[in-house]
Design a protein around this ligand. Structure first.
Ligand code: KG4
Ligand code: ZN
Length: 338
C-alpha cells in the first residue's frame, strides 16, 4: 500500500509517499518545505503565521510530492497532534478533503509515534523490544516498545523538553532561532568540562527528566560573567551545556536498560537526535553497558519534523492496526502517545 503522509504540526510543511515493502517502510517521495527563514527573523515560531504559511505551501508541496500527479497513492495519513492547533488543522483539513474526494483509507497519526517510527527509516531497523528515547522541541520521553504500536511510558520531563532547553540556552547566548543547531555548532569550539552544570533529577533509579535547572544554572552563570561574553566563553558554555544534556539523557537511558534487561535495541529519535555529540555520547554509554545491544539513530534528515516518519508509522497501522474513520477524527494539540 502506498500512503500519502501529511505533517504540519509546527513549522515544516511536509508530505511523503511511503510504501510497505517486506514489512518495512520504503520512501517513494519526500518533501519538506521549511518555514525556518521566516521564523528566524522573529526569533521563534509565531503560530498564526506558521498556520498561514502551511496554507500557502500545501498545494505546492502536494504537487511536488506526487511529481505533478504522476505518483498515485492508496491511502492518506496525517498528523493529528500533538502540535500547534492552527497548524494541525491545516494539514488535517487537507487530509480529510483528500479522503472525502477519493474514498481512500485514512490514518490519524500521533506526531510522537511518527518520531518513534523515524527509527525505521534507516538501513537497519530496530529489533523489539526497543527502548525509545524521544527528545524533541516539545517532548522528552523514555518509552518501551515490546511490539508494534504498543508503548509503555517509563519517564518524561517534569519541566522543559531537551529541545526547549537548547532553544532557551541559544537565546541566553544571543544565538537566535533555531537554537539547537546553533548551540551545537558553537559547542564544537568549546571545552566540555569548562563549567559544571547540574544533572537534572538525581533520585536513584528515576527515569524522569528535568532540564529547567540546567537552563537556570546557565542563566545564573552568564549573569555573573563580564559582559559582553567573549566568543570562547560562549563556546565553553555551549559545550558544557551540551555535555550535561547528553549525560543526563545517557544516565536515564542506562537506568531504563537496567530495569528492562530484555531490551534488544535503543533508539534515539526527535529533533534533538540530530545532535552529533548526543548521538555519539549515548552510543558510547549504551554500548559500554551492553555491547551486543543494537543502537539506532535515524538518518539526519528524519530527525527533525518530516512526513516520511508519519508515513512510516502509518505503514505499521496498516500492517498491524486499522484505518480511522476521518469523520470521527479531531486534531488534539496535547494528544498523548498511547
Ligand atoms: O522534533 P522537532 O523537529 O520538533 C518537535 O516535535 O518539537 O524538534 C525540534 C527541536 C528544537 O528544539 C531544535 O532546537 C532541536 O530539535 N534541534 C536540535 C538540533 N537540531 C534540532 N537540538 C540540538 N542539536 C541539534 N543539532
Ligand atoms: Zn517533532
Amino acid at each position: 500500500m502506498r500512503i500519502l503522509a501529511i505533517e504540519t504540526s509546527c513549522d515544516e510543511t511536509a508530505m511523503a509517499i511511503i510504501e510497505d515493502v517486506n514489512f518495512r517502510p520504503h520512501i517513494i517521495s519526500n518533501v519538506v518545505a521549511s518555514q525556518m527563514a521566516v521564523h528566524a527573523e522573529s526569533g521563534g515560531v509565531i503560530p498564526n503565521i506558521a498556520a498561514r504559511l502551511h496554507t500557502e505551501a500545501l498545494p505546492h508541496v502536494l504537487k511536488e510530492v506526487t511529481q505533478n500527479k504522476k505518483l498515485d497513492y492508496d491511502a492518506i495519513a496525517v498528523t493529528a497532534g500533538p502540535g500547534l492547533i492552527g497548524c494541525l488543522l491545516i494539514g488535517m483539513s487537507a487530509a480529510k478533503a483528500l479522503a472525502l474526494a477519493s474514498g481512500k483509507p485514512f490514518f490519524a497519526i500521533n506526531h510522537l509515534e511518527g518520531h518513534v517510527y523515524s527509527a525505521w527509516l534507516g538501513e537497519e531497523i530496530p529489533e523489539l523490544p526497543a527502548l525509545i528515547v524521544i527528545v524533541s522541541g516539545g517532548h522528552t520521553e523514555l518509552v518501551l516498545m515490546d511490539r508494534h504500536l504498543h508503548y509503555k511510558h517509563l519517564g518524561h520531563t517534569r519541566d522543559d523538553a531537551a529541545g526547549e532547553a537548547f532553544d532557551k540556552v541559544a537565546r541566553l547566548l544571543g544565538l537566535g532561532y533555531p537554537g539547537g543547531p546553533k548551540v551545537a555548532e558553537l559547542a564544537k569550539h568549546g571545552k566540555r568540562d569548562a563549567y559544571k552544570f547540574p544533572i537534572g533529577i538525581m533520585e536513584k533509579d528515576s527515569m524522569e527528566f528535568s532540564f529547567s535547572g540546567i537552563k537556570a544554572s546557565v542563566a545564573h552563570l552568564i549573569s555573573q560573567l563580564p559582559q559582553p561574553l567573549a566568543q570562547h566563553t560562549k563556546a565553553d558554555i555551549a559545550a558544557s551545556f551540551e555535555h550535561v544534556v547528553a549525560e543526563t539523557i545517557a544516565r536515564k537511558t542506562l537506568t531504563a536498560m537496567r530495569y528492562y534487561p530484555g531490551i534488544k535495541s535503543v533508539c534515539l529519535v526527535g529533533g534533538v537526535s540530530a545532535n552529533t555529540y548526543l548521538r555519539k555520547h549515548l552510543e558510547q554509554a549504551v554500548k559500554t553497558a551492553t555491547p551486543e545491544i543494537q543502537y539506532i539513530v535515524p538518518p539526519f534528515e528524519f530527525c527533525t519534523d518530516n512526513a516520511a516518519m508519519i508515513g512510516a508509522a502509518a505503514v505499521y497501522h496498516h500492517l498491524f492496526g486499522k484505518p480511522d474513520d476521518w469523520r470521527n477524527v479531531e486534531v488534539d494539540p496535547n494528544r498523548e502517545l498511547v
